[in-house]
Design a protein around this ligand. Structure first.
Ligand code: KDG
Ligand code: MG
Length: 403
């Protein structure tokens, strides 16, 4: 079997997605996701100009060797664009392999370790009563795990804390770079009040999560973790920027609040201190940003040795192809923790046909061969790329800050 062609298509059915289609001489094709939010076109060039010409004629079933060929062979290792490009190819190759085997992808990853994949969705709100109301509604929709965010009084709503919407990760993305304002001292006392109100309203049977979006320092995160302990969160996510893995030592020394991180990580080397020193509880890498099925399997297997569970990043800026691949990995591995799932717009579901399915708080993998997402190229052509960027954050004095 040989790879005969590799196409890269960017479309915007509600938001931008970078999709790879790999064709073979036997007529079987595979689909992969290479979307990096706000940097979609750089992945196109990486694949089209630098990867595709080197893979034509290769055996698509050699997933590990092609992964190593692209990772080691490029000399320039790691980084979000490189690893998203490798991921797009890798996921498309696993799709081909599973189709050739006539099996759903999870069978090739070890078979089912569970019957269903627990997801969490997002609730945001302008104030605490709005968030409480949103969480109650989500409970009624069957969710057993819910992420809650609230706007800071006196500041305009910012990314991830704005009005309640399932589409937070897409809804606030603008064609210009929006500048948002952040104030840690106003945020810190607010969050425990939010979770106190939530526990009063929805009780203790539901998993509650919170995303800090890398906005604190380690000692601030340690304080927030302590203050949140009475409300027993499932996790505190991205408490600090994580390039400095050692920062988590400070948080861990001070709080028993479970910690999650990893949505911008792209290789196992971003995780070594965090995982080996057991400084985190959940590693949130996702197929598209961490080298595909091959990449995240390596990371989750490493994590399993240190009691760290998986939690694939899954807002709507990774395409349904990535989500489908994640669901198969989630189903197969033993150390699964949770899967983020915000859902997609109708336009996105029209372009990306999914055989895997969501039902009342849980995802189920397809039983059809492959990873279960197909791509309608003709329809995609009706949704051309649209320039769109994530916002940036500044402190009240105007200086840039992490988010
Ligand atoms: O592109 C950025 C988003 O993927 C990210 O901000 C969403 O933090 C996020 C999350 O936890 O889903
Ligand atoms: Mg996050």
């Amino acid at each position: 079997m040989k790879i005969t062609d590799i196409k890269v298509i960017v479309c915007s059915p509600g938001r931008n997605f970078t999709t790879v289609k790999i064709m073979t001489d036997e007529g079987v094709y595979g689909i992969g996701d290479g979307t990096v939010n706000g940097r979609e076109l750089s992945v196109v060039s990486y694949i089209q100009d630098h990867i595709a010409p080197t893979l034509i004629g290769k055996d698509p079933l050699r997933t590990e060797d092609i992964w190593q060929f692209l990772y080691k062979g490029a000399y320039w290792r790691r980084g979000p664009i490189t690893m998203a490009a490798i991921a797009a190819i890798d996921v498309a190759l696993w799709d081909i392999k599973a189709k050739v085997a006539g099996m759903p992808l999870y069978q090739l990853l070890g078979g089912k370790s569970r019957d269903k994949v627990m997801v969490y969705k997002h609730v945001g709100g302008i104030d605490i009563p709005e968030v409480v109301d949103g969480v109650q509604k989500m409970r009624e929709q069957g969710l057993d795990a819910i992420r809650a965010q609230v706007s800071i009084p006196g500041l305009p709503p910012i990314y991830g804390t704005g009005p309640s919407t399932d589409q937070a990760a897409g809804g606030m993305i603008k064609p210009v770079v929006a500048e948002e304002v952040w104030a840690t001292h106003k945020y810190m006392p607010l969050v425990p009040r939010l979770f106190e109100a939530l526990r009063d309203a929805v009780g203790w049977d539901v998993h509650l999560l919170h995303d800090v979006h890398h906005r604190l320092t380690p000692i601030e995160a340690a304080r927030l973790g302590k203050d949140l302990e009475p409300y027993r969160l499932f996790w505190l996510e991205d408490a600090v920027p994580a390039e400095l893995q050692e920062g988590f030592r400070i948080i861990r020394q001070h709080t028993t609040q479970p910690l999650a991180v990893g949505e911008i990580f792209n290789s196992v080397y971003d995780t070594t201190t965090l995982i080996q020193e057991q400084l985190i509880d959940y590693i949130r890498v996702t197929a598209v940003h961490a080298g595909g099925v091959t990449g995240i399997k390596k990371i989750f297997d490493f994590a399993s040795i240190y009691h760290v569970k998986s939690a694939c990043h899954g807002p709507m800026d990774m395409s349904p192809i990535c989500m489908g691949a994640n669901v198969h990995v989630d189903t197969a591995i033993n150390n699964f923790g949770i899967q983020e799932f915000t859902g997609y717009t109708k336009e996105t579901y029209d372009v990306f046909k999914c055989d895997w399915r969501y039902d009342r708080g849980y995802l189920y993998p397809n039983e059809t061969p492959g990873h279960g997402t197909d791509f309608d190229e003709e329809l995609a052509a009706r949704y051309p790329y649209q320039a769109a960027y994530l916002p940036v954050a500044r402190l009240e004095d105007g200086s840039m800050t992490s988010w």
